[in-house]
Design a protein around this ligand. Sequence first.
Ligand SMILES: [Zn+2]
Length: 427
Amino acid sequence: MSVQYDLSCKIIPQEGRLRVRGTAIISVPETKFLFVLNRGLKWKNVSQRIADEILPVNLQRTDERKVPGFYNGELWGLEATVEKDGIKQEPIVIDFEYGGQIHPPKKGSKKPTMGYIKSDFVELACYSAWYPVPLTMTAYMKFHITLEGPPNWTWEANGENSSSEVFDKTSVWTWNQERQVNDITLIGMPLRDAHIDPESFFWGTKRMVSSQKMFDKHIHKIRGMLENWLGPRGTEAPLRFVITPRQLGGAYNRAGMVVVGGGYPTESNLHNAVLQAMSHEICHDWFCKASPLTYDNWVDEALAEFCSIYIIDDYVNDDFLSSRITKTNERLEKAGDLPAIRNLVREQDESYAAFYFRGFLLLNDVAESVGITKFRKTIGEFARICTQNESITSESFLDLIQKKLGKESRSRMEKWLDYSGEGVPEL
Ligand SMILES: [Zn+2]
């Protein structure tokens, strides 16, 4: 399923408010769609368009499925007309209007506040469900956004900025994203606070970015090394690190735009670890098409760990790899009894240790069993396949492993994927 969004947004940072008028063009003719929307946002008009006709739709709050923990929003079921006058409606076109404020996660939910509209910074992504986020996340989206904001603000989105015009009291920005992506992310701040330097990978307020610029020269080299190994990145958008004032919740990558809450630590003893964390996010440009709603997500996170750790080991020429293997084993041990990777999805707490730690050790184990060079070459081939396909699965990864490295490597991986318990399996 894919959804094409056309959104006209008005953001008033001083009031913390958002208003959106938009259209969603949904590729699959189904009777019912499930969307997540932030509970501070109220629907106004929602209807279906068939040719020139406007049809009512049935839009209801529902709890028929659990909203994954990383979304801060309520579930809505929308029923549309699939067939009219004997003609099947494909695609389904929904017009909608909604507005309000972005509410933080409920108290006691332990969720970090990932999205907000403040007078001096705006950060909006799928986590705060600022737009109707499709629940079936095998869904990919293309989008066109027109944003009306204050005249003296600057903005970034995970699409191609096609225009920005400044008027007396407002400015209007537009973006297009023609590739299939898994989110619509919008970040903004007053121009007077902004660090603007086309030579730098960093974007954010001057105050937050100034300490980060020391990483620019390293990122430049590491990105080149990753491209040598994995092929061209899966996006044409320039790589940039957007530093936001958020203190919790970490980083996420949206088509080359890595959004980092609070920035990276700059202490010298953490230098290599920080470079690896940055590289991990860059690696998602290749592997991000594994769905976060199924266990397939392990492929994305484990490969991002594996490739970033190996590339930093190449780069710093130290014993980085062996120290990371030791550390990862310790951290996995500490996480205790864990379900099998195959029985986990991203929103479960245990998935972090299973996908990142056990996942990395799994890949490293197979690499050592067939020879590191040979394994790295296969990962390079898989990365190229990932950027050329709309989605990737654990199965497609295993198929390639079997084809290139043999049945034994595949069954070795399967043993790891099915292993539940503490630490790593004994093979
Ligand atoms: Zn990651």
